[in-house]
Design a protein around this ligand. Structure first.
Ligand code: BGC
Ligand code: ZN
Ligand code: ZN
Length: 358
């Protein structure tokens, strides 16, 4: 492929450029992104804060982008795909370990995998690229042409809830009526990932609170309203209830410990957000006492498998039919690929910024 417009960075040192690239690539399917989303990982790469990012072999740059919704531009016969089909490509590509061989590269056991747009594989922020059917998730619901770009961040959420279901089996975790009714879920962080976690917790039936250490604007409050979430600015007022499910998207040790100290008996704490440069915080003896005495489960979760992408697509269809405008308002702006300053900008009103390619 020669002369394709792409957004690139040099990993791990950073910087962002929109320019023409020449990449040797082929495959049975040629794809064109409609939208690609920008997340914290992209911003971390752009500013040189993501130490684990690296360029593909033989390149001194990497094409960015792992969140996308694409159309099939051309497809070899026998692939089962046709021009115009909507697809979401999978981020993580397997290495040779037992989990990777079983399609669970999200649980890779030796780190020998690649992630499109992050680690050693060119991403999706380019006019066109090639891929294979195995790593494509079909979007049959044409109403998801725009919000389908949320499939990738939502797949992380679907996996986390699978982790919750798995570890919750160590005790009776549900309420007396067998549902999650009355159980309290706290989601720390009001970015797109935070909202998707909170929407899923509410979907499961948890009494769900989404929190940040500052107030939020009207659009976020409206989304809370539409999906039955309560927003709390935890910089004012203390939290005195017990939390059954804590999901952290901040990656900040002090924040995590603060909420961990509110965790209930048999509760589950999920660490999802990462921030390698966050200041340290102290884990005390009484913290360990609490974790032990209350049978608390703390778990980390990264990425997700193709099955989780497929479930994410069903949830998006459902939420889109329940409240299309609230779901769409998670996408706060659609921008041109040339606007590379988006990767370094901090706009408190933005939830998900996407780049529009076609
Ligand atoms: C992506 C994951 C990926 C992770 C790497 C996230 O933004 O959604 O798929 O594994 O970045 O840290
Ligand atoms: Zn991401
Ligand atoms: Zn592996």
């Amino acid at each position: 492929m020669t002369g394709v417009n792409a957004i690139t960075t040099k990993a791990p040192s950073g910087g962002v450029e929109y320019r023409k690239v020449d990449i040797e690539e082929s495959g049975p399917l040629e794809l064109s992104p409609i939208y690609t989303g920008i997340c914290g990982t992209d911003k971390g790469m752009a500013t040189g804060r993501l130490d684990f990012a690296y360029n593909p072999d033989g390149q001194d740059f990497i094409v960015m982008g792992h969140e996308s919704i694409c159309t099939v531009k051309s497809a070899d016969s026998g692939t089962g795909f046709h021009p115009g089909d909507l697809v979401v490509p999978v981020v993580r590509r397997p290495g040779g370990c037992i989990n990777c061989l079983a399609g669970r590269q999200d649980n890779c056991s030796d780190g020998d995998k690649h992630e499109a747009g992050i680690t050693g594989k060119n991403g999706f922020m380019r006019e066109t690229f090639y891929d294979v059917p195995e790593y494509l998730v079909r979007i049959k619901d044409s109403a998801l042409r725009e919000v389908g770009v949320l499939t990738e961040p939502l797949k992380n959420v679907v996996k986390v809830f699978e982790v919750v279901e798995t570890v919750s089996r160590r005790s009776i975790y549900t309420s007396r009526d067998s549902t999650y009714s009355g159980k309290k879920a706290y989601v720390v962080g009001t970015g797109a990932e935070g909202f998707l976690f909170a929407m899923m917790a509410s979907e499961y039936g948890f009494d769900t609170r989404i929190l940040n250490r500052h107030p939020v604007e009207e659009n976020r409050l409206k989304i809370c309203d539409a999906f039955g979430l309560t927003f709390t600015d935890y910089s004012t007022g203390s939290i005195d209830e017990s939390v059954d499910l804590l999901i952290d998207t901040s990656g900040d040790p002090g924040t995590f410990l603060n909420f961990m100290r509110k965790m209930n008996y048999n509760s589950i704490g999920i660490m999802f957000g990462t921030n390698g440069k966050a200041p340290a915080a102290e884990l005390t003896g009484s913290d360990i006492d609490r974790i032990v005495e209350r049978n608390i489960t703390l778990a980390g979760s990264v990425d997700a498998a193709k099955i989780h992408y497929e479930k994410a697509v069903s949830y998006l269809s459902r939420w889109n039919s329940v409240n299309a405008s609230a779901l769409a308002s998670l996408i706060t702006s659609k921008r041109d690929p040339s606007e590379t300053s988006l990767f370094t900008e901090r706009d408190p009103n933005s939830i998900k910024t996407v780049i529009k390619w076609t």
